[in-house]
Design a binder for this molecule. Sequence first.
Ligand SMILES: *[C@@H]1O[C@H](CO)[C@@H](O)[C@H](O)[C@H]1NC(C)=O
Ligand SMILES: *[C@@H]1O[C@H](CO)[C@@H](O)[C@H](O)[C@H]1NC(C)=O
Length: 436
Amino acid sequence: MALLALGRDPWSLLGLFLSQLFLPPTAGASGQEPLPRITYRAGEGRRALSLFHQKGLQDFDTLLLSGDGGTLYVGAREAILALDIQNPGMPKLKSMIPWPASDRKKSECAFKKKSNETQCFNFIRVLVSLNATHLYTCGTFAFSPACTFIELQDSYLLPISEDKVVEGKGQSPFDPAHKHTAVLADGMLYSGTMNNFLGSEPILIRTLGPQPVLKTDNFLRWLQPDASFVAAIPSTHFVYFFFEETASEFEFFEKLHTSRVARVCKNDVGGDKLLQKKWTTFLKAQLLCSQPGQLPFNVIRHAVLLPAAASAEPRVYAAFSSQWQIGGTRSSAVCAFSLKDIKRVFEGKYKELNKETSRWTTYGVPEISPRPGSCSVGPSSDKALTFMKDHFLMDEQVVGTPLLVKSGVEYTRLAVETAQGVDGQSHLVLYLGTGE
Ligand SMILES: *[C@@H]1O[C@H](CO)[C@@H](O)[C@H](O)[C@H]1NC(C)=O
Ligand SMILES: *[C@@H]1O[C@H](CO)[C@@H](O)[C@H](O)[C@H]1NC(C)=O
């Protein structure tokens, strides 16, 4: 690399270079690293709820809190549990139902060279509350995703009958190691994950409920083959997806990760002749979380919405790490993005790929009304759909403010709320989870 020849620390040069490339915000976090008010290690006794064990069960990966907060539903490896968490201490097991992958699927999985010790099981990945009487769940089902309804009786789980299990491709990943996200909005499940055995074909799909099943178009490359989903957030008209993928719009780097927000309209019904059974409103934009003059935190790990309050507009809070390890240590940042900024970027210019030069250029705003990709009711014209096929990447970035930057730690999950202090002021409280 030519930069090295200059004899300066390659990281600082790359940092400068990238900071120009990414146009970071001018307001950054201060030099001092924040200290958490409270830290809990896994299994620590001071927590209101102590560690739950159950012999023979592992991989408690998927959690769902009941509407009244008294029951925690847990998707584990080959089982779903309902835990009573109304009282402090160890959660009490209310009920547990097995949901193993079938023997046939397990042997097919092992035959395809996947491990019968670690991979060829049903890892629960989706667990959502459908209505007052039913949950909906999906699992990897030994590399053959499957879904089913679970009936509830006073928040006790009724056994799953085998004839109610349906294919779950696009809703659960095949591989338990692959990322995924799913959210239920207006009775429809919006999910983002890998759609094939090899894990090379990402998909955003809408299933369940009365509206047509819609997917991303794989051929049009709306998503890079390594797209990795971390969150989905519904709003009134849209569902936003948060993910990470290799950037194709920066030509300088072999494999530059970038974080994205994508959106689709809830009232999308797909195209008629063009984009049949596909999204006609899919758009994505770059999410940027960085400090001036530093390498960006380019790998999104999780995102949550803090809805509008009396004094504040709705914001998305997201935890990021970096693809680069600086000084041999990982670091994390939390950035806030206003929903207004996200909307503004989606209403701006697009990027367009010149197929001859393979370069992305800026494309203005189309003279098509209603604007393609907006949630206008009624069928879209062929002209609008043709436009949407190739204009799915927005030109501008959504720039977030780093609220905190911390080295030596990788935040993988977050939750946000506001709390009133004794001074009567409203404070933002971040809960940050790591692998430990
Ligand atoms: C996995 O397969 C091997 C070889 O067929 C077998 O010996 C072993 O018992 C299997 N393990 C499990 C957990 O089924
Ligand atoms: C909940 O959804 C299930 C599955 O679609 C359905 O069978 C059931 O009737 C619904 N229950 C209510 C109370 O709407």
